[in-house]
Design a protein around this ligand. Sequence first.
Ligand SMILES: *Cc1c(COP(=O)(O)O)cnc(C)c1O
Length: 463
Amino acid sequence: MNNLNTDKQNLDAILTAVKQQGVDYLNHIHERSTVNSGEVEIIGDLSEQGTGTVEALKQFNQRFEPIMVASSGPRYWGFVTGGTTPAAIAGDWLSTIYDQNTQSAKGNGDISAIIELETIQLLLSLFNLPKDFFCGFVTGATLSNFTCLAVARQWIGKQLGKDFAREGVSGNVKVLSATPHSSAIKSLSMLGLGSGNVIQVEVLPGNREALDVVDLELKIQALNGEAFILISSAGTVNTVDFDDFEAINLLKQKYNFWWHIDAAFGGFAACSSKYSHLVKGWENADSITVDCHKWLNVPYESAVFFVKEKHQLLQVETFQNANAAYLGNAMDNFSYLNFLPENSRRLKALPAWFTLTSYGKQGYQEIVESNVETALQFADFINENPNFELLAPVRLNTVCFSLTDENLVPLFLTKLNSTGKVFMTPTLYNGKKGIRAAFVNWRTKSEDVDLVTAVMTEILTEL
Ligand SMILES: *Cc1c(COP(=O)(O)O)cnc(C)c1O
């Protein structure tokens, strides 16, 4: 009997073994190293017969498992790295088991898009956003920025009487931004808008990354009425700064532009009344990017785009998977493949649906507030230790700091990360070498900060 048939008969044992391994891993994730430089030899040839899953699992456990790092554990503070809630894991497993190709909400024999549409409603409710946004799931905030900016590109074309999706991009599309995320710039290059074409808006004085609205208006006036795209930030990666959305909204009433907000993780400020002022006015944007595999704590690959419903036709023009004759069809006979980059997609919404349904608004309020508290606790340590300095005030969930002697940063960070107790990433802020610690994992607790600060204090004595 071949391995596939044997596996079919052994399905229960296989999945039970995987479940037990998963439980063991997750129950000990706080003890697992956050770094591993273990090398593994790559096997270049595929065997004729294969091994069957039981043997494959053994091989995985011998070769790869021991060097997997606890990137979804409580002390992985590099980049902006979320974890996975129990409910999200359950939803993710079920996405795999049911293996739907999520497209249509009706008519084509598959209803999985209804789950996606409902999840979107839950997210809008979580963020207190109005219901006039159309949304969908993509693989990450990069693809969400891409999707939103693709519709923005089509909107610009319309202002010029052109259909860029059909005709190709022409002319020099103007994009204004102060501190855009690198993935927004990457999106501009993928969209043929040119990553080098961003008109730099000044940031506010006084150690800020938020755009200066006065300068923004000057830059707008210099365009002499030409339509443009504004990429604004709800949470920059270094210092989690937010543009002033109420002020931008006033400009939006005076000038003709597409307003995009990258709120990949900063949008979660909306979950707590303590921090929701940071996103006040964001509901007036044309499009918003939110990552789910960061602060929502669902597994990779998950993010959503929010595009105002009134732009739906532009969105279909951009992403339709059929020619224009079917345009009416795309609107009536709804299918996600006419609204976003991918055609076939897994049921990405299900992990988000499970975690939102399981923990509700209060669950996310608690995750956000608890993460900000641990960030502040860590910032207090930095402030109180004369060997360190904060590079910016802690506005939400990220601590951007340096050593008083900035030249020691690379050595210190190498030593720190090699302990395997914590992982942080380097940055350059205001021309200074720095280190970022970002808190978006639901598992992170005050004790984790205590553990890390003890390790840091120890390393100082070795420098
Ligand atoms: C992480 C991040 C992105 C890119 O997200 P991916 O999920 O890695 O594609 C974009 N914008 C901001 C502000 C981010 O923090």
